[in-house]
Design a protein around this ligand. Structure first.
Ligand SMILES: Nc1nc2c(ncn2[C@@H]2O[C@H](COP(=O)(O)OP(=O)(O)O)[C@@H](O)[C@H]2O)c(=O)[nH]1
Ligand SMILES: [Mg+2]
Length: 420
C-alpha cells in the first residue's frame, strides 16, 4: 500500500481530517501523517508556507508516495508544492482523490465514461499549465505546442459522444434481473462505512458458485448470461432460498465537486431501482456525525423505489454506550452488524424480511406435470408445504413475480387437463 500524507487548511476552527482519510483509504492509500493549519488562503500553495514545509518533512520522514491536500489546488499551486517535495511524490487535491475513488468504484459503462470525462476535464487546465511552464523554459518546440491540448480536447469530445450513445442500462437491466427471479439489493453509505466488505461477506458466504456459473451446471442459462454483464460491483448471493444480486455503490462524499455529480448519480441508479437499499453507517462515528450523515442519506434516497434498511456496521469497535448513542439518529431500528467480526445472521434475516414477498397456495391434478411444478417451486421460491392427494397442493412464498409465474403455470396445467 502506498503511504500518503494529508495536508489541510481551514479558515477557522480545527481542521477535521476524518473524511479525507476515509477517501484516501478508499482509494488504496495508507494515511501515515496529517498536517493541518488554520489560516487565510495563500497564493503559493493554498497552505501557509510553514505548513507546506511541514508537509514536505512528513512526506520525507515517512517515505510517502503521495501528498493529499484536502483543499482545491490550482495547477500552479500543485506545481509549487511538488517542487517542495522529494522527486516523484504525487500531489493530489481533494478532487483528484475523489476521481480516483470513483474510478475504482463505478460499475456501468455510462458511469465509467462519466468519470473518464470528469478526469479529462480536470486534467485540461493542468496540461495547459505544464505546457506554459515548458514554453517558459523552452523545452517544447514551437511547432508542437498546440498539439497536446488539441489531442486532449479531442479525447474529451470523443468521450462526450460515446456517453451520448450509451443508454443507461440500469432500469432495463434491473427489470431483466427481476424477471429472471433475482431480488436486487444495493449497498449505499459514506466512504469507509464498510459497504464493500459487507458485500463480499454476504456474497462469499453464500454464493452458489464462485466462478459465476449456474448452480444447476450444464448449459449457461438466462441467469448466467445476466451474470456475465454484472461487472465487478455486483455479486450474487443466495439468502434463505432467495437469489439476490448485491450491488455496491461509490458512496456519498461530502461537498461532492459539481463535475462528479453525474458520475455519482449514474452509480446511484442501481440503488434507485433496487428492492432493498442497505444504508451502511459506521457505528464508530460520533452521534453528531451519524446524525449528519443519516440526514444527507435520507435526502439522497428520497426517490428510491425499494425499502431503505439502515445498517450500523463496525459494531465490534463500539462499546454498549456508543452503540446506544449511535442508534438514536435512526427513524427505524437499524440492523446491528460487523462485517469483519460476527456472522451477519441478523442482517440476512432482516434483509429477507424486507424483500417483497407474497404467498400463494397452488392446486393442480396429481400428474407428472404437477411434479414438475413442485420442483420448479422448490427452485424459485420457499415451499412451506406440499400435500399430495388426488390434487397436489403447494403452499409457497417468494418474490411477487415468482408467485405470479407459479400461478400462471398452475393455470396452464389446469387448462391442459380440462382439455384432455
Ligand atoms: N472493525 C471493523 N472494520 C471494518 C468493518 N467493516 C469494514 N471495516 C473496515 O473499514 C474499512 C472500509 O471498509 P470498506 O468496505 O472498504 O468501506 P466502503 O468504503 O464503505 O466500501 C476497511 O479497512 C475495512 O476492513 C467492521 O465491521 N469492523
Ligand atoms: Mg467500497
Amino acid at each position: 500500500m502506498s503511504g500518503a500524507v494529508i495536508g489541510k487548511r481551514v479558515e477557522q476552527g480545527d481542521a477535521d481530517t476524518t473524511e479525507i482519510t476515509a477517501l484516501a483509504s478508499a482509494a488504496g492509500y495508507e494515511v501515515v501523517a496529517a498536517v493541518t493549519a488554520t489560516a487565510p488562503r495563500d497564493a503559493t500553495f493554498n497552505l501557509p508556507s510553514g505548513t507546506a514545509a511541514a508537509l514536505a518533512d512528513a512526506v520525507e520522514s515517512h517515505d510517502a508516495t503521495t501528498a493529499i491536500v484536502d483543499n482545491e489546488l490550482t495547477p500552479g499551486q500543485a506545481h509549487n508544492l511538488s517542487e517542495r517535495l522529494p522527486a516523484g511524490v504525487a500531489v493530489y487535491d481533494r478532487r483528484r482523490l475523489v476521481l480516483e475513488v470513483f474510478e475504482r468504484g463505478v460499475g456501468t459503462e455510462a458511469a465509467r465514461l462519466q468519470v473518464k470525462l470528469a478526469r479529462l476535464r480536470y486534467e485540461l487546465p493542468r496540461l495547459r499549465a505544464d505546457i506554459r511552464r515548458d514554453e517558459a523554459t523552452e523545452v517544447t518546440r514551437h511547432d508542437e505546442e498546440g498539439k497536446p491540448i488539441e489531442d486532449h480536447k479531442r479525447r474529451i469530445d470523443e468521450t462526450r459522444r460515446k456517453l451520448q450513445r450509451v443508454e443507461d442500462p440500469t432500469p432495463k437491466r434491473m427489470e431483466q434481473r427481476r424477471a429472471a427471479g433475482f431480488d436486487t439489493v444495493a449497498l449505499v453509505g459514506y466512504t469507509n462505512a464498510g459497504k464493500t466488505t459487507l458485500l463480499r461477506r454476504l456474497a462469499d458466504d453464500l454464493s452458489l458458485d464462485a466462478d459465476g456459473h449456474s448452480d444447476e451446471g450444464g448449459e449457461p442459462n438466462v441467469a448466467d448470461r445476466l451474470f456475465e454483464t454484472l461487472g465487478t460491483t455486483t455479486r450474487r448471493a443466495s439468502i434463505a432460498g432467495r437469489r439476490v444480486l448485491l450491488t455496491d455503490t461509490v458512496g456519498f462524499v461530502s461537498d461532492l465537486p459539481h463535475e462528479f455529480v453525474a458520475s455519482f448519480e449514474s452509480t446511484m441508479a442501481s440503488a434507485r431501482h433496487a428492492d432493498v437499499v442497505l444504508l451502511v453507517v459506521d457505528a464508530t462515528d460520533d452521534t453528531a456525525e451519524i446524525e449528519r450523515k443519516v440526514a444527507v442519506a435520507r435526502e439522497q434516497l428520497a426517490d428510491v423505489e425499494g425499502t431503505v434498511v439502515p445498517v450500523l456496521n463496525k459494531t465490534d469497535r463500539a462499546t454498549e454506550e456508543e452503540l446506544a448513542a449511535a442508534r438514536e439518529p435512526f427513524e427505524s431500528e437499524p440492523v446491528v452488524a460487523s462485517a469483519t467480526a460476527g456472522d451477519l445472521a441478523a442482517l440476512r434475516e432482516r434483509l429477507v424480511a424486507e424483500l417483497p414477498t407474497e404467498e400463494a397456495t397452488l392446486s393442480v391434478p396429481n400428474s407428472d406435470v404437477a411434479m414438475q411444478l413442485v420442483s420448479w417451486c422448490y427452485d424459485h421460491a420457499e415451499v412451506r408445504d406440499v400435500d399430495y392427494a388426488e390434487a397436489v397442493e403447494i403452499r409457497l412464498r417468494g418474490k411477487p413475480s415468482v408467485i405470479a409465474e407459479a400461478e400462471r403455470r398452475e393455470s396452464d396445467i389446469g387448462s391442459q387437463s380440462n382439455r384432455s
